[in-house]
Write a protein that binds this ligand. Structure first.
Ligand code: FES
Length: 125
């Protein structure tokens, strides 16, 4: 099971100070739930702020014992959500969380912010 954690309070930089519209994160999680609805082993959960506000909209992809990825600079569209869910399916299928670059959906390229090793993995320091 791979889980996509979506920040629901993200606002795209152009609308950072617009408070009379819902944040793009609210639409993003709905698009994400729709895109993941028929995908086995990919779940979606909300969170308020992933502390990447300057790179909104943000998501994190994680699974027990696998690499965690943080992605940002999305607009929160249905197409963005589809790309993240496709990538998450690759993450689900990978033993380590590494998804072969040749299989990356175009829509995730250029959106990676951080890669975090699982706590159970030895790290080079
Ligand atoms: S509001 Fe989304 S990362 Fe802070």
């Amino acid at each position: 099971m791979s889980t996509i954690t979506v920040c629901t309070t993200c606002r795209v930089p152009e609308k950072k100070d617009v408070t009379d519209e819902p944040p793009c994160g609210e639409a993003f999680i709905e698009h994400m739930r729709t895109a993941a609805a028929e995908v086995e082993g990919v779940s979606v959960r909300p969170v308020k702020c992933l502390m990447g506000c300057e790179r909104s909209c943000n998501v994190a992809l994680s699974a027990e014992g696998k690499l965690t990825y943080v992605l940002g600079r999305f607009e929160g569209t249905a197409e963005d959500a589809q790309a993240v869910v496709e990538y998450a399916a690759g993450h689900r299928d990978s033993e380590t969380g590494v998804v072969p670059f040749r299989t990356w959906p175009q829509g995730v390229k250029g959106h990676f912010v951080a890669r975090i090793p699982p706590l159970s993995a030895p790290v080079e320091g």
